[in-house]
Write a protein that binds this ligand. Structure first.
Ligand SMILES: *[C@@H]1O[C@H](CO)[C@@H](O)[C@H](O)[C@H]1NC(C)=O
Ligand SMILES: *[C@@H]1O[C@H](CO)[C@@H](O)[C@H](O)[C@H]1NC(C)=O
Length: 363
């Protein structure tokens, strides 16, 4: 009798616990569901623990939505948002290529090929003259050293070439923090990497705030690589677009993370200068702190995108640049990019609502 009386509550408790743990069966868990291994999570998700953001492990997103597949591509390029990796080349575990241990911080965790396969569509790369060649370095004072060199630029450019060749409907943007002073040094390395055939020509880039060409035209013409340099003179000397002739950009690093503030970095004109049709929002720390990235890339990032929308004269970002892009509390940078594409393409809060027949009607 005594035993019988307690067994019912115990049984109920056991059933409840079992139900909670089995809220989703392996391979079907969704964003923010608890997980114990990656196999629990559905497609496009991985099992991740963000100690500063939430207890335990959850399924979080690892792949971007492809907006080109949701709407027809007869839309100007500047009506899309692209997930952008800051220091895309400063990757943990990159082998030493100079024979000397590296003394630099890293900003990303997977290879440029993986970044592109996961839906990153813009890469920030730092290019330097080094050892008679062009290298990607995470350096200082405008010079690369053997302890700040990551890899020869050609290796990364070849990964981009392979991606563009293998994905003939995709467009990739490369934003260079450029310290190359060798005449035509960039042209030479882009040529060697086989990328010139994809280059979107400077002559077609709008200079006075007009729309960019349609994505469908860019794809049909196979002009699917945009390259911007931070060296102004290269626009006339080498035909490479000077970034801030076409784009406004907010402050980067800690100064760009002050809640409620969004102002232009020194080289960029004011964010509300509509003679530049593209808007870039940076959101990453001056010194990357990996354990914090999951919080930054979640709600904080969405708030900043909203702040910068106002600062840019009611324009949503086309590029959103982050560190450790897969780290989040759930949707992270991918959800933020879906929000931007939804707003840009159809005035909805999520790009998934832009497809025909959705409740958020196309504006
Ligand atoms: C998920 O895990 C956390 C932390 O272990 C726990 O607090 C929470 O109750 C769990 N939620 C579900 C629905 O199982
Ligand atoms: C593609 O979508 C745009 C924007 O919704 C629309 O204006 C255009 O007519 C569409 N084009 C085609 C070929 O369906």
């Amino acid at each position: 009798m005594f035993v019988k009386n307690i067994s019912l509550p115990v049984t109920v408790a056991v059933v409840l616990l079992t139900t909670a743990a089995a809220a989703c069966s392996p391979g079907t868990c969704r964003v923010k569901d608890n997980c114990s291994t990656g196999r629990d999570c559905g497609a496009g998700l991985y099992c991740y623990s963000c100690e500063v953001g939430f207890p335990g492990s959850r399924c979080v997103r690892s792949k971007a939505t492809n907006p080109f597949r949701i709407l027809n591509k007869s839309v100007p390029l500047n009506k899309y948002a692209f997930l952008t990796t800051h220091n895309a080349f400063a990757i943990e575990g990159e082998p030493y290529h100079t024979g000397v241990p590296r003394i630099t911080v890293t900003n990303q965790e997977d290879t440029v090929t993986q970044q592109l396969n996961n839906g990153v569509r813009a890469l920030m790369l730092d290019t330097y003259d080094f050892e008679g060649d062009i290298w990607l370095c995470h350096s200082f004072g405008g010079r690369c050293h053997d302890f700040t060199a990551l890899e020869p630029a050609i290796d990364t450019l070849r990964e981009i070439e392979a991606f563009l060749s293998g994905n003939p409907s995709e467009i990739v943007t490369v934003i260079l923090e450029d310290y190359v002073h060798t005449p035509n040094g960039l042209t030479k390395v882009f040529t060697e990497a086989g990328l010139m055939k994809f280059m979107f020509p400077l002559s077609k880039m709008p200079k006075n705030g007009q729309d960019w060409p349609l994505v469908s035209e860019m794809v049909a013409n196979n002009q699917r690589l945009l390259v911007f340099t931070s060296i102004k003179s290269k626009e006339s000397s080498e035909g490479i677009a000077y970034q801030w002739n076409y784009m406004v950009e907010n402050q980067y690093g800690d100064d760009g993370m002050k809640a409620g503030e969004c102002s232009n970095r020194g080289e960029s004109s004011a964010l509300n200068d509509k003679s530049k049709s593209l808007v870039l929002v940076n959101y990453f720390r001056s010194v990357p702190l990996k354990p914090m990235a999951c919080v930054q890339n979640s709600g904080d990032l969405r708030d900043m995108l909203q702040t910068c929308y106002g600062a840019a004269g009611n324009r949503w970002a086309n590029f959103v640049a982050v560190d450790f892009y897969k780290r989040s509390e759930g949707g992270g940078t991918f959800e933020a990019t879906d929000m931007l594409n939804g707003e840009l393409l159809c005035g909805c809060k999520d790009v998934h609502s832009c497809s025909a027949g959705s409740s958020c009607t196309v504006a």
